[in-house]
Each structure stands twice: as C-alpha cells, then as structure tokens.
Design a protein around this ligand. Structure first.
Ligand code: SF4
Ligand code: SF4
Length: 172
C-alpha cells in the first residue's frame, strides 16, 4: 500500500516540474491516427456508384440500434438504400458496422468534429453520409465482382470469380 502511494507520488513529482502542454484547438488540429473510429460515411465504387446494397447487416449488428435503412431496386436492377439514417447521438463508434459490411461501403473516418447543441442534428441521412470517394479500399468494386451476370459465361468462369461451391459436400 505504502509502496503504491510512493510510486504515485513519484509520478506526480516528475510531472509537476515539467512545462505544461497546451493544445491550441481548434486553431491547431490534433494528430488523429488514420484508424481512428469517428464520423461514419458511405463510400462509392471506383466508378462512382454507391457501394451499399442495402443488405441490412450493419443495422443487424449495431449494438445500440442507431442505423435505420430501407432498400429499393433501381430500374437497372441494382439494389441500393432508398433511405439510410444513422443517429450519432446513440452511436458508440464501435466499428461493428464496418466489420459486418460485405461491400466496404460503410466506413468510420478520423473526423471527430461533430459536436452540436441541437440533438436532432445528429441524425445523419443518406445525403449526409454518402461520399463519392472509395475510402480505405480504392480499387474494390463489390458490384463488378459479385453483382452482375457475365454474358456467355457460366457461374465461376469470370475473372476473379470463385467456382460455385457444392453445398451438398458440406452435409455430414
Ligand atoms: S459504429 Fe457501432 S454503434 Fe455506431 S453505427 Fe456502427 S455498429 Fe452502430
Ligand atoms: S452499409 Fe454495408 S452492411 Fe450496411 S446495408 Fe449497406 S452494404 Fe449492407
């Protein structure tokens, strides 16, 4: 007990005579690590199309249920989110949604400057979330890999496409 107290006092004494460190935020921005889990965005494919296919996995995995979305099919057959809302007043920035997303659409960014005095402003809609950039995966296009039928090719014959699995082989 005495030993722990002396250790604590030693640390206090060490810092007592150091020069204070003052951060002049917001004039001087702090260094934020690239993997910081801050403001969430919905990214786009390299060709500019939105990546989200409205699979609802992020909504299902979110521990505080702050994601709400609605799917729709576009006339060209592509499935997208008609509506995508995140309530950042509830979000705990755990990153589970990013882990669950099969298309790398939803990503957390190092932006932390979201403070507001109006709580309802913390509900971000699709137009606030969707960006034209690709984020952490610049060359990935889920749609080109998995979303389209290749003319004159059977399943598994396209470039980078795995052969179909035989689900019967998984039977015990
Ligand atoms: S970071 Fe966590 S709490 Fe926030 S939306 Fe994603 S899963 Fe939900
Ligand atoms: S952001 Fe990702 S996980 Fe969420 S609905 Fe869209 S594709 Fe699915």
């Amino acid at each position: 007990m005495i030993r722990e107290m002396l250790t604590g006092l030693k640390i206090t004494a060490r810092y007592m005579f150091r020069r204070p460190i003052t951060n002049f935020y917001p004039e001087e921005k702090p260094m934020i690590p690239p993997r910081w889990r801050g403001r969430i965005v919905l990214t786009s494919d390299p060709d500019g199309e939105e990546r989200c296919v409205a699979c609802y996995l992020c909504q299902a995995v979110c521990p505080v249920q702050c994601i709400d979305l609605q799917a729709e099919n576009r006339p060209d057959g592509r499935r997208v989110a008609k509506r995508f809302d995140i309530n950042f007043a509830r979000c705990i920035f755990c990153g589970f949604c990013e882990e669950a997303c099969p298309t790398y659409s939803i990503q957390l960014t190092p932006d932390f400057e979201m403070a507001t005095t109006v709580r309802t402003d913390l509900v971000y809609h699709k137009e606030d979330l969707q960006i034209s950039g690709t984020g952490k995966h610049p060359n990935y296009s889920f749609w080109q890999v998995s979303g389209v039928t290749i003319k004159d090719k059977e399943k598994g014959e396209a470039i980078n496409e795995a052969a179909p699995s035989n689900y019967r082989s998984n039977l015990p």
